[in-house]
Write a protein that binds this ligand. Structure first.
Ligand SMILES: *Cc1c(COP(=O)(O)O)cnc(C)c1O
Length: 379
């Protein structure tokens, strides 16, 4: 039997394994200097001042909402075409997720419609670089500045993407990367926030470790000593380990190669699928912006039954996926925030027709040729 070709998966080599084993043989396996090295490597390569590693992209997003000072009843704006973690982060802090539909020419938040969603209770905008398409950050930052809002970029899909040769990671107030195995590099589970301001950096680090501060605390009483620490806020244990960071550093060294491979696979699909009349490919950014191709989404024509196509591909051992069920249609969001079908027609329209094809470093040429051939034989 043929093995399933997934839509995405990790690429781990002997070097990665050795890096992890080395930590396992060392005395320190939870947070230590390797975490800091991983943070500083990612920050430096993206041109950001600070980085804070977390045990998942989701906990990292949660921490940005804390660092941004999001309070119960605040509103946080994002797009509905994303993974639920993007907006769950705001809800963890008691905030209300407010959606702005995506634009059909980017599949990212429609920047021209953000301002109409802003109210006196809006505190932050969380744009998502859907599939790896870098969202128009200049436009979003201008809106944020006019309205005194914080921008948190959900760049889970966009590690390695660039805007005018500038890597994604330094422009928003805070930028989140995920290191889940389907993302560009992996630490098993993991995530990171990049930022340029010390105040965010400090709050992110505090939130990651129970809200506890050890540095620069004044011993309250004379008989207090070097053991002393203070819990100043309600934080969590969201720490990344040395084991994960060693894998992260080893993987991060290969990012340029991984991105190159993803772009090559995307270019092959572009060419091979261009003359199939019953499907179209997802939008591409203008030349100054470079896509990171976390996903390769296609849209089927309205007269094609998406479920038939999906099941046909799966029956041929091709692990296609659908990205995403719009977040506002999740029962929890409908129940708690009164969203419903028809609220965001572009996101819903994309969802109805979207299928993501296999794309990851390590996808073999003959595997991709098989995927393409299978698509061509569908109709
Ligand atoms: C993967 C992902 C996340 C969350 O990352 P985890 O590391 O899996 O917690 C958040 N937002 C988007 C858009 C993602 O794709």
């Amino acid at each position: 039997m043929r093995k399933m070709i997934p839509y995405g998966c990790q690429n781990i080599d002997d070097e990665d394994i050795e890096a992890v084993v080395k930590v396992l043989r060392s005395p320190l396996i939870t947070q230590g200097p390797i975490v800091e090295e991983f943070e500083s490597r990612v920050a430096k390569s993206c041109g950001a001042e600070y980085a804070v590693a977390f045990n998942s992209g989701t906990s990292a997003l949660h921490a940005t909402m804390f660092a941004a000072g999001i309070k119960p009843g605040d509103e946080v704006i994002s797009a509905p075409l994303t993974f639920v973690a993007t907006t769950n982060a705001a809800i963890y802090m008691g905030a209300i997720p407010v959606f702005v539909d995506v634009a059909p020419d980017t599949f990212c938040i429609d920047v021209s419609r953000i301002e109409e969603a802003i109210t006196p209770r809006t505190r932050a905008i969380v744009p998502v670089d859907f599939a790896g398409y870098p969202v128009d950050m200049d436009g979003i930052k201008a809106i944020a500045k006019r309205n005194n809002l914080i921008v948190v970029e959900d760049a889970a899909h966009a590690l390695g993407a660039t805007r005018k040769d500038m890597p994604v990671g330094k422009e928003a107030d805070m930028t989140m990367f995920s290191f889940h195995p389907v993302k560009h590099i992996t630490t098993g589970e993991g995530g990171m926030i990049l930022c340029n301001e010390e105040k965010y950096w400090k709050r992110l680090r505090s939130f990651r470790s129970h809200g506890i501060e050890r540095e620069a605390v004044n011993w309250e009483y004379d008989d207090e000593g070097p053991w002393y620490y203070e819990m100043q806020d309600l934080g969590y244990n969201f720490r990344m380990t040395e084991i994960q960071s060693a894998l992260g550093i080893s993987q991060f060294k290969k990012l340029p190669k991984f991105i190159e491979e993803r772009r090559k696979i995307a270019a092959n699909y572009d060419e091979a699928l261009a003359n199939i009349a019953w499907l179209s490919i997802a939008p591409k950014p203008a030349l100054a912006y470079k896509h990171a191709y976390h996903l390769y989404p296609i849209l089927l024509d309205r007269d094609i039954n998406r479920k038939d196509f999906f099941c046909y591909m799966r029956a041929h051992h091709i692990g296609v996926q659908v990205h995403y069920i719009p977040v506002h249609l999740q029962p929890y969001y409908q129940r708690c925030f009164a969203y419903g079908r028809g609220n965001f027609p572009f996101a819903e329209g994309i969802y109805a027709r979207e299928v993501s094809l296999p794309i990851y470093p390590g996808l073999k040429e003959q595997e991709q040729a098989y995927v393409i051939q299978t698509i061509k034989e569908f109709k």
